[in-house]
Write a protein that binds this ligand. Structure first.
Ligand SMILES: Cc1cc2nc3c(=O)[nH]c(=O)nc-3n(C[C@H](O)[C@H](O)[C@H](O)COP(=O)(O)OP(=O)(O)OC[C@H]3O[C@@H](n4cnc5c(N)ncnc54)[C@H](O)[C@@H]3O)c2cc1C
Length: 410
């Protein structure tokens, strides 16, 4: 099946100089590319942020929109990434308070024993994640009072006896990505397709870009290069350099957005078989439900009926009093997770990112895998490696809002 067209070309005009020279060129303007542009700018390094589509127009607009420690890691025992994520939540809240909102997520239990296990696990999670700047005092954590639980329509006639509430952070993924880009001084080049490369002495030197809107060419030269192409990494490296390595496995996940349900105040996290979770999150005037896992071969794939069916069946099993199939679905979306290659099902593959130097070009770095939550930290690390300069301000410098930004032609 043919891939759908690249989405949403940028709406605003771009200056179009035919050449641009920077210290670091970043290919891919998702959360990783945008975070790296900010890190390099904080260190005073000239950079360009290039995307075939637009800033935040790839996977970074189809996530579950959580900045989280990953409650499911309690089951898999991945404590280090969990604690890292918990600490990063606090950093995001400090630097991007307008794009973050604390929530008390309810994790329902089916039995007294399961409730006890949840309380212990969640006690650890919230204890390790107790740095919660601007926590709203009205949100209650720990055991949800029985009356309060029973008044939620999702609890009626279902298999759950009660719930325990834990803290996590909601975000707006695309807006956050764009704010990161706006907080950089990078030349932002949207709608630019890399076409032909110049190399010299084992290094990449320049690329010819083609503007998707008017076909005009532009030469971009850089001393160092970073590919942060999300799920399109393997395909692009294959096309550009004949690189046949398969570094990623791709996993599609869908969300359905229903009309709001009266009485559903707090998000729910339901444990599912295989260490997976189902989120049911009231936000932005709708009810967001997700997500699934299906291994796919490309970064753009359509939703298949079995994915919708899987979500609806899980919702009906856990919350049978809600007429899920009769509720209008206002939107549905699919994102493709780039996961670092490994064996077994994609649900068990790590969400951690790996930084790799390309084996053929010593000045080309690859960002593989990862998640929104850890993107700032990882790009802080990469920028320090690229420049030899650490930058503590990365954890405190507030983001500028993208609103009103125009992309620059360099
Ligand atoms: C369903 C789902 C739920 C998720 N939920 C969460 C969550 O709740 N919390 C969390 O922390 N993480 C979550 N993630 C993970 C997170 O969304 C991704 O890890 C992250 O967005 C990846 O960002 P990226 O910058 O690596 O890739 P992308 O955002 O995909 O950016 C890559 C960019 O490269 C561009 N590009 C591609 N090919 C080319 C080319 N040839 N030339 C130029 N540019 C190109 C694309 O247009 C795109 O903008 C979720 C992911 C999915 C799919």
């Amino acid at each position: 099946m043919a891939s759908p067209p690249w989405p949403d070309s940028p709406a605003f005009p771009r200056a179009s100089p035919s050449g641009l020279e920077v210290d670091v060129a970043i290919l891919g303007a998702g959360i990783h590319g945008a975070a790296l542009a900010r890190e390099l700018s904080l260190r005073g390094v000239a950079c360009a942020l290039v995307d075939r589509g637009s800033v935040g127009g790839g996977t970074s607009q189809w996530s579950s929109q959580l900045l989280h420690g990953g409650i499911r890691y309690l089951l898999t025992g991945d404590i280090r990434p969990m604690r890292e994520g918990l600490a990063e939540r606090a950093t995001w809240m400090r630097i991007a308070p307008l794009r973050c909102r604390w929530e008390a997520f309810w994790m329902p239990h089916r039995s007294w024993m399961e409730g006890l296990a949840h309380r212990l696990g969640i006690g650890l999670y919230d204890g390790w994640g107790r740095d919660r700047p601007a926590w709203p005092g009205a949100l209650r954590l720990g055991a949800v009072p029985e009356q309060v639980f029973q008044s939620d329509p999702r609890a009626r006639s279902g298999p759950f006896r009660g719930a325990t509430a834990y803290a996590d952070l909601l975000t707006w993924d695309r807006a956050l990505t764009r704010d990161l880009a706006a907080s950089s001084r990078a030349a932002i080049l949207e709608g630019q397709e890399p076409e032909a490369w110049e190399e010299a002495a084992g290094k990449l030197r320049a690329v010819r870009l083609r503007d998707a809107s008017d076909g005009s060419p532009r030469r971009l030269e850089a001393r160092k290069w970073v590919c942060a192409l999300g799920p399109w990494t393997d395909a692009a490296l294959g096309r550009w350099f004949g690189d046949e390595a398969k570094r990623l496995r791709l996993s599609a996940g869908i969300h359905l957005w229903f009309d709001p349900l009266p009485g559903c105040e707090r998000p729910w996290t339901l444990r599912r078989p295989g260490g997976r979770v189902l989120f049911v999150v009231p936000r932005d005037g709708l009810l967001q439900v997700g997500t699934t896992e299906r291994e796919v071969a490309e970064g753009w794939v359509p939703i298949v009926e079995e994915e919708r069916e899987e979500l609806l069946a899980a919702l009906e099993e856990g919350m049978p009093a809600v007429p899920w199939r009769r509720l209008p679905v206002r939107a549905e979306e699919l994102g493709v997770r780039p996961l670092v290659r490994g064996t077994g099902g994609t649900a068990h593959l790590s969400r951690e990112a790996v930084l790799e130097r390309h084996p053929r070009f010593e000045n080309l770095h690859l960002v593989l895998g990862g998640k929104l939550t850890s993107a700032r930290l990882l790009m802080d690390h990469l920028a320090t490696t690229l420049t030899g300069q650490a930058c503590p301000a990365s954890r405190t410098e507030p983001l500028r809002l993208w609103d009103g930004q125009a992309s620059t032609g360099g």
